[in-house]
Design a protein around this ligand. Structure first.
Ligand code: CDP
Ligand code: MG
Length: 753
């Protein structure tokens, strides 16, 4: 039963309330365009990079380690960070206590695995120790992180510790953002960035030392890096390689590199009392809210950390806690702070700010707070027992974010967050029996559950011919590998023999998912790179639309003004063009409920892509008003994500038969016309399967760009001489006759963006 849960009833209720409001409003609306109101904003994240991963360490015992009980008392320890200088804070970390042994083992071995509790100083201190030991004289010290947020926040912290400006000696690089300079000696980056660097520089000669941090998270890119670095380390004997892991599982890494030494940083953790729910909870948002309030009202000082699944649940929890607090007169102040990967950086930074005296903090986080971010002063953990993971279904060839129970390892990691600076308590909103019998011991590594087309493309261009023979720590399922190769074949990136085509090698040049690089390349032929580069950039940033709850209606109307009826992609293009024509003005953004930061980011991404295009000698050409050419490129990119109309608002994937629905925020939603064929950017599962970012396409385009999948049939000659076209899957078993594609009809009526 625990596995079948998909969301919280409270969230559902809020969603229903919003749906009611939507219906009410559409009744009031005039005409079809105004009747199109946005409903609830669900997953607005651009999940181009899986951010909500889970750690995978494997202590099965549920008793949380108590190594050194509080000597000074918890209150004294939690005020430590407030009162001590940065130097004293550094010297207080467990890593400092064993610094000389640590540097000795690194000096004497080319590869070392380092294990330590979260917060022991692995991420912030190791790079500095290597720098202070002189390794940075011969090359940079690189440290990879599975998450963008962690790379940025840790680089900031280390630059503070070293007393330099971020981007000078200490910098970071994440996709589309390079905050380093020629003087950078310590570079934090996402694992994906180092992977891409290895394309240009297969021996990573820039670096004298590389730390693969958070290896226990087993992110896809980290796993691939480990395979590559095993080969690189054999070629470059001067390269120091350090693999760090939160706890346990170190033997696996050590064996993978041929039995290298494992160094364990002695931990400093405090006792955590673990309390289970007596009965399975009906609604984890509701249960978490109640628990948080009861702690706040009755328990001694100490901050609260709640582990939730994703953005939507987090926001619902925050709102609910704030709302209920208002009705409790005697409640002392509580800062309610959300944290998830798509939250703007300045709001993210808030969780690290000290709460003023007597002011309790309640942080509501995704599993990002399990190991990658450490917040001091947490005394109470509330664990819902769920997380959101990206899973790939090779049968339908598609990724989906889904809510799953966490593993025992993750559950223990979460509990441990309460015992960092003093004894604490962990409230598990699930039964002990669920923990013991329903949770897996460890998390499933990402490589075994996600789409691999990006990685396959990368490895192919690194000359790895036979992927089944690559040094994987854990090999991906053959089905997934084949399905990913199939997707690349459909995009013309690899040929019938599995070798990279020229389109494929061009695609690798762009730091984008294969469908988006395909869209860009298709634009060369259609002479509309100018438009497509904008669309691709807009798809590479978090949602540009802003929808504050208290001004929902107003913002919905503002958003509708940008709508291009047959395409969310063209709507995005429209927003960008309007923003530019208003001088990229923040005031304009505010008036139009557009996120200025997301727009600036899109503009940065755009200019970076333009730089790559210039290097590749790709001209920037505009389609003028011939929007069909742009939509044709969009169709070419998403051939495997094409939907055919079933009933109003409801489509099914032509290849897989999977149902997919128009989202209420789509420009195509609630309009008077329903295109027969659409393509979509991604499918998001919330209350049902929603297509995100949809464009109406003509069946000819699909058949033309992907003859392997689709063949066009003229199935019916009508009396008026018009022909009816339909596409069928190549070798599709069920022939069908459908009316003419209505998508084309509306194209000419489209207002000019
Ligand atoms: O990597 P590991 O979990 O072993 O620890 P770390 O991230 O190096 O953190 C060591 C200390 O630095 C912790 O006590 C954090 O509170 C502090 N830190 C911080 O204040 N701000 C950050 N952005 C990161 C770490
Ligand atoms: Mg760390």
């Amino acid at each position: 039963a625990i596995l079948s849960r998909r969301g919280s009833a409270l969230v559902k209720e809020m969603r229903e309330k919003k749906e009611q409001a939507r219906v009410m409003k559409s009744l009031e609306g005039q005409g079809t365009a105004l009747g199109n109101i946005m409903g609830v904003k669900t997953e607005s994240d651009n999940t181009t990079q899986a951010e909500e991963l889970d750690p995978a360490e494997s202590h099965k015992t549920f008793k949380i380690a108590m190594e050194r009980a509080s000597e000074a008392g918890s209150a004294a320890v939690s005020t430590f960070a407030r009162t001590k200088s940065i130097k004293e804070q550094r010297e207080y970390l467990p890593a400092f206590a064993c610094r000389s042994q640590l540097t000795k083992v690194i000096r004497e071995n080319q590869i070392v695995v380092i294990v330590g509790e979260t917060g022991s100083g692995k991420t912030t201190q190791l790079t500095q120790y290597l720098h202070e030991e002189g390794y940075s004289k011969v090359g940079a010290i690189g440290c990879t992180q599975p998450r963008r947020v962690a790379a940025m926040s840790v680089a900031k912290r280390v630059s503070d510790e070293m007393g330099c400006k971020l981007g000078a000696e200490v910098g970071y690089a994440i996709r589309f953002e390079d905050c380093t300079s020629p003087s950078t000696v310590i570079k934090y980056m996402t694992d994906g960035v180092l992977l891409r660097e290895s394309l240009r520089d297969p021996d990573v000669d820039n670096y004298s030392a590389i730390i693969i941090d958070e290896a226990h998270e087993r992110s896809l890119q980290t796993d691939v890096l480990l395979g590559l670095l095993r080969r690189i380390a054999a070629r470059r004997r001067d390269l120091k390689l350090i693999i760090t892991s939160a706890t346990m599982n170190a033997e696996k890494f050590s064996e993978f590199f041929g039995g290298v030494p494992i160094f364990t940083i002695p931990g400093r953790t405090f006792k955590v009392e673990v309390l289970y729910s007596k009965n399975p909870c009906e609604d984890y948002v509701e249960a978490a809210v109640k628990q948080a309030l009861s702690i706040h009202l009755a328990q001694p000082v100490g901050d609260i950390l709640i582990f939730m699944t994703g953005q939507e649940d987090i926001q619902a929890t925050c709102d609910c806690i704030k709302e209920r607090l208002l009705s409790i007169k005697e409640a002392s102040p509580l800062s309610v702070l959300p944290i998830y990967s798509q939250l703007p950086a300045d709001l993210q930074a808030k969780i690290f700010e000290r709460s003023s005296q007597g002011h309790r903090k309640c942080i509501i986080a995704t599993n990002i707070a399990e190991t990658s971010l450490t917040v001091d002063g947490i005394r109470y953990v509330i664990d819902t027992g769920y997380c959101k993971v990206k899973v790939f279904n090779p049968r339908i060839g598609m990724d989906a974010l889904q809510i799953f129970p966490i593993s025992q390892a993750a559950s223990n990691q979460r509990a441990g967050r309460a015992g960092r600076t003093g004894p604490g308590s962990c409230y598990r909103l699930y039964t002990e029996s669920a923990y013991r019998h329903e949770f897996f011991a460890n998390n499933v590594p990402e490589i075994q559950r996600t789409n691999l087309s990006n990685v396959v493309l990368l490895l192919k261009s690194l000359g790895v011919g036979d992927l089944l023979k690559f040094d994987f720590l854990d090999p991906p399922p053959t089905d997934t590998l084949l399905s990913s190769m199939h997707q690349l074949w459909v995009l013309d990136a690899i040929d019938d023999n599995g070798s990279l085509t020229s389109i494929g090698s061009n695609m690798v040049e762009f730091p984008l998912d294969p469908p988006l690089s395909k869209m860009l390349l298709a634009a060369i032929k259609e002479k509309c790179t100018e438009e497509v580069v904008t669309i691709v950039s807009m798809l590479s940033v978090p949602s540009v639309f802003y929808r504050p709850k208290e001004r929902a209606e107003e913002s919905d109307i503002a958003r509708e003004k940008f709508f291009v009826p047959e395409s969310d992609h063209l709507t995005l293009l429209n927003v960008y063009k309007m923003w530019r024509s208003h001088g990229s003005n923040d005031k304009w953004c505010e008036q139009n409920f557009v996120q200025p930061k997301a727009m600036r980011k899109a503009s940065e991404v755009r200019s970076q892509l333009l730089d790559i295009m210039k290097q590749q000698k790709i001209d920037t050409l505009s389609a003028g008003v011939q929007w069909d050419r742009v939509r044709k490129c969009i169709a070419a990119a998403y051939v495997h994500k094409a939907g055919r109309l079933k009933s109003i608002g409801e489509y099914f994937n032509i290849r897989t038969g999977m149902p997919c629905h128009l989202h209420p925020t789509s420009a195509l939603y609630g309009l008077g016309y329903t295109p027969e064929y659409v393509v979509y950017h991604e499918l998001v599962m919330t209350s049902k399967e929603y297509m995100q970012c949809v464009t109406a396409v003509s069946p000819e385009w699909l058949a033309e760009s992907c003859p392997m999948f689709y063949s066009l049939r003229i199935t019916n000659f009508r009396k008026d001489g018009m022909e009816t076209k339909t596409i069928s899957m190549t070798k599709a078993p069920r022939p069908e006759i459908v009316p003419a594609a209505t998508a084309r009809d509306s194209v000419d009526k489209k207002p000019e963006p």
